[in-house]
Design a protein around this ligand. Structure first.
Ligand SMILES: NC(=O)c1ccc[n+]([C@@H]2O[C@H](COP(=O)([O-])OP(=O)(O)OC[C@H]3O[C@@H](n4cnc5c(N)ncnc54)[C@H](O)[C@@H]3O)[C@@H](O)[C@H]2O)c1
Length: 453
């Protein structure tokens, strides 16, 4: 057998795939095959990372949950976290087991066989991707990387990011991706607050730097997921996630436009959507609303638009959809003013109660929630605003102003109730026929006197 120095994992993989005899001789490099203390480490124990860590733990893995936030680690230990009931049970078992460790110590990452990165990838105030968190987490993971590990990126990002942030820096550390260490990308598909599909039931898409990297990731994901779909490379998997969420953004923007069209034509938009949804092929229902929130739909399409700008390319349909979505909070406030004026009042001095602050039902997640923009604009217009949301019992701060939560919403004596988000447990029985209600959820059919956004 000939022995040659191979410093490129792709080259090594090609030779492996071709069946040629080969060997990798690596100087000054840790050797693979060491024993690890943890099967998997999760970097970023947030809305995605925590349920992912719990799924691995349930599958029998020794799990290291890593987060830079001491508060987050403390909240997880105290079980004061926003999770589905099944995940709360999983967390209780995990905390009582010796195969579950929480850490803020980055050197612990080198003791894990697999490292999964799931830190936030938001956009800034100008809708430009803010990659600072992912870049910093990637630097840390690369710094702690050891031979024999798998690094699996799962944060949503632009096509080519895993190569730039993980593969190339590893190579600079003389760890050869594809030979010494495996690198792959698999987008997350967790849907916080929604129990219709368990994490185990949702198929995963995965692409590797080499096919051997990919298979290492497939093995890890298949330890708890039933179906894993392989792509030809990491960039395909990265782009897949952008397509999934851009698809949602464009369709939500269209549902909003249909709602406006139906209002002008005096037609019930929800009935139109439900009727179209009886078609068993070629149609998927999307619901209009006051805007979008969270760290997916308002952010991910901007990663694509931003990346393509560097190629002097615009994507007008997607850009228009994002603009449409982003205008919804302002449109909602304008509609509030219109509805109040129909009762002889104006926003100035009116009492407006916003029902449901979170960006979607059954989560305590305020990130990018349209309610925050709406409240800010209502206050700027002179309204006296409070909210009702059992996930936020007392008060929240919006743009530096403290907004008071109502435990007894009827006592607020609202001139206008804005239904922003409808949690399953929300009690709306206090709303009577005299209450002026603007339904931005389009879903409170039982309130027959409501006005639609
Ligand atoms: N939330 C969703 O519905 C969802 C769904 C699918 C995919 N995603 C994607 O998953 C990724 C994570 O999103 P999320 O909603 O879980 O974020 P999150 O804000 O809920 O949690 C991220 C966690 O990462 C921690 N963190 C930040 N920097 C870190 C670092 N350097 N090292 C370790 N931990 C660090 C934070 O303290 C926080 O606890 C994003 O790319 C997002 O787009 C989110």
């Amino acid at each position: 057998m000939t022995t040659q120095l191979i410093t490129d994992g792709l080259q090594a993989q090609k030779q492996l795939d071709s069946g040629e005899p080969w060997a990798v001789k690596v100087r000054n490099r840790p050797q693979p095959g060491r024993d690890f203390d943890y099967d998997v480490a999760i970097v970023g124990m947030g809305y995605v990372g925590l349920p992912t860590a719990l799924a691995h733990h349930v599958s029998g893995a020794k799990v290291l949950g890593f987060d830079i936030s001491g508060k987050r680690i403390g909240d997880i230990k105290a079980r004061e976290v926003d999770l589905l009931p099944t995940d709360h049970q999983r967390l209780a078992s995990a905390l009582a087991s010796d195969s579950w460790t929480l850490s803020q110590e980055s050197t612990d990452l080198s003791r894990a066989a697999a490292v999964i990165v799931c830190v936030p990838t938001p956009v800034d105030g100008h809708h430009v991707p803010d990659l600072s968190i992912l870049a910093s987490a990637s630097r840390m993971v690369v710094q702690q990387a050891v031979a024999g590990q798998l690094i699996l990126m799962t944060s949503t990002t632009y096509a080519g990011c895993t190569r730039e942030m993980i593969v190339e820096p590893l190579r600079k550390r003389s760890l050869v991706p594809g030979a010494d260490i495996s690198v792959a990308f698999s987008p997350e598909r967790i849907n916080p607050g929604v129990s219709d599909f368990s994490i185990e039931d949702v198929p995963r898409v995965v692409g590797g730097y080499t096919s051997r990297c990919r298979e290492a990731a497939v093995k890890l994901l298949a330890s708890y997921t039933g179906t894993v779909h392989r792509t030809s490379g990491m960039e395909v998997a990265e782009m897949t996630k952008l397509l999934e969420n851009t698809f949602r953004a464009v369709n939500i923007a269209m549902a909003n436009e249909f709602a406006q069209a139906c209002q002008v034509l005096d037609l019930p938009v929800q009935e139109v959507i439900d009727s179209a949804a009886t078609k068993p092929f070629g149609f998927m229902p999307f619901t209009p609303g006051p805007g979008v929130g969270g760290h997916c739909i308002p952010c991910d399409p901007h990663y694509l638009l931003w990346q393509l700008r560097a190629h002097n390319m615009s994507l007008p349909v997607i850009a228009a959809a994002m603009e449409g979505i982003e205008q919804r909070p302002a449109q909602t406030v304008a509609r509030c003013a219109q509805v109040l004026s129909n009762t002889g009042k104006g926003l100035l001095g009116s009492r407006v109660l916003v029902v449901g602050l979170a960006y979607k039902p059954d989560v305590a997640d305020l990130r990018e929630s349209p309610a925050l923009q709406i409240i800010d604009k209502l206050i700027a217009a002179g309204a006296d605003v409070a909210f009702y949301d059992h996930h936020f019992p007392e008060s929240v701060t919006v743009n530096g102003k403290q907004i008071i939560g109502c435990a007894k919403p009827a006592e607020f004596n609202a001139d206008l109730v804005l239904l922003h988000t409808r949690h399953a447990a929300a009690d709306l029985s206090w709303i009577n026929k005299e209450t002026t209600v603007l339904d931005a959820t389009y879903r409170a059919e039982e309130l027959t006197h409501r006005v639609l956004l």
